[in-house]
Design a protein around this ligand. Structure first.
Ligand SMILES: *Cc1c(COP(=O)(O)O)cnc(C)c1O
Length: 331
């Protein structure tokens, strides 16, 4: 395992300056219904309205702009098909940098098309995510491309952390922050920003019960692998890397609690957010609100739920709104 490493609050401040004007400053609204239910003020940070439909544009943009001019001239590479892949493609296009996204043959055609539509070069390699990752390593070694990892990267964590400073500005009295938790780049960054201003702030990471790698790792005391299962919170799937350097030690140090949710609870969160904001959000974005509705978080002071992404299939969202759940997440 590599040595544990960390990010400092000043890295997040520098990221904020670097990405200013290149990402949206998203709004925060109060949720009076949840406030009445819980007896504490509840606020929603509407980051699912970020360009590309997710906060990952912050980390990808900061990482891209932190490269040297020579590195930028050669280009960047990733294997992510999800919100990070989209964000990196978008950031690279804005900066005129070449982006290569390595995908396995199993990635559905619509996802391939979405990455291409953002101007990235798609390489289809092998039959698994592992093989796509090997192609990333090869491109770094043989072509001099710079890998921008989805979460275990100092510049990515600092970029995501800029959300923490926006939350403090919009709600200085914030005491409890509810953060969706997957690889932990988001949670590490925002927790660091918030605790730098208010050491007493409480940070709760929230994942789906089906395949929560960071939660299992924190329980085990070291990074572990968990089986990946279908979930409404698909953006929270995937491992944290057995050679994790940044996000495991940072989450261990900074998270006060981790909460796990079942699929019906996540669906209730999606429905509530639609009722309050009129927006369709993806399952990963709904977990904070879902945890509050499910009574899994003891209310303590003004509470902010971070809504992270809007990239949900329209037919799936309609199905959830009708009260039904897809068969594969019920198995
Ligand atoms: C990536 C992602 C997360 C989790 O972020 P990590 O840094 O991997 O913990 C949460 N919500 C959405 C919508 C995402 O795309």
């Amino acid at each position: 395992m590599n040595a544990p490493a960390t990010v400092k609050p000043e890295d997040i401040r520098a990221a904020r300056t670097r990405i200013a004007g290149k990402v949206l400053r998203t709004p925060m609204v109060e949720d009076p219904q949840l406030g009445a239910l819980l007896g504490v003020p509840v606020f929603l940070k509407l980051e699912h309205r970020q360009t590309t439909g997710a906060f990952k544009l912050r980390g990808a943009t900061n990482a891209l702009l932190s490269l040297t001019p020579a590195q930028r001239a050669r280009g960047v590479v990733t294997a992510s098909t999800g919100n990070h892949g989209r964000a990196l493609a978008q950031a690279a296009r804005s900066e005129g940098v070449r982006a290569v996204v390595c995908l396995s043959r199993l990635v559905p055609a619509n996802k391939v098309a979405a990455v291409r539509a953002l101007g990235a070069e798609v390489r289809i390699v092998g039959d698994s995510q592992d093989e796509a990752m090997q192609e990333v390593a090869r491109a770094v070694r043989d072509e001099g491309l710079s890998e921008i990892a989805p979460f275990d990267d100092a510049a990515v964590i600092a970029g995501q952390g800029t959300l923490g400073f926006e939350i403090i500005e919009d709600c200085p009295e914030a005491h409890t922050l509810l953060v969706p938790l997957s690889g932990g780049g988001l949670a590490a960054g925002v927790a660091l920003a918030l605790k730098a201003s208010n050491p007493d702030a409480r940070i709760v990471g929230i994942s789906m019960a089906r395949g929560a790698a960071m939660a299992a790792s924190l329980t085990a005391g070291h990074p572990v692998q968990v089986p990946e299962l279908p979930t409404l919170a698909d953006s929270l799937g995937g491992g944290i890397g057995l050679a994790n350097r940044f996000t495991y030690p940072m989450c261990k140090a900074l998270l006060d609690q981790v909460v796990l949710l079942d699929e019906a609870e996540i669906a209730a969160g999606i429905r509530h957010i639609h009722k309050v904001t009129g927006d369709a959000v993806e399952g990963a974005a709904a977990v904070g609100v879902a945890a509050l509705i499910a009574g899994k978080i003891i209310p303590e002071g003004p509470t902010v739920a971070l809504l992270t992404g809007a990239n949900i299939d329209a037919a799936l969202h309609a199905q959830i709104m009708s009260g039904a759940l897809p068969q594969e997440v019920l198995a």
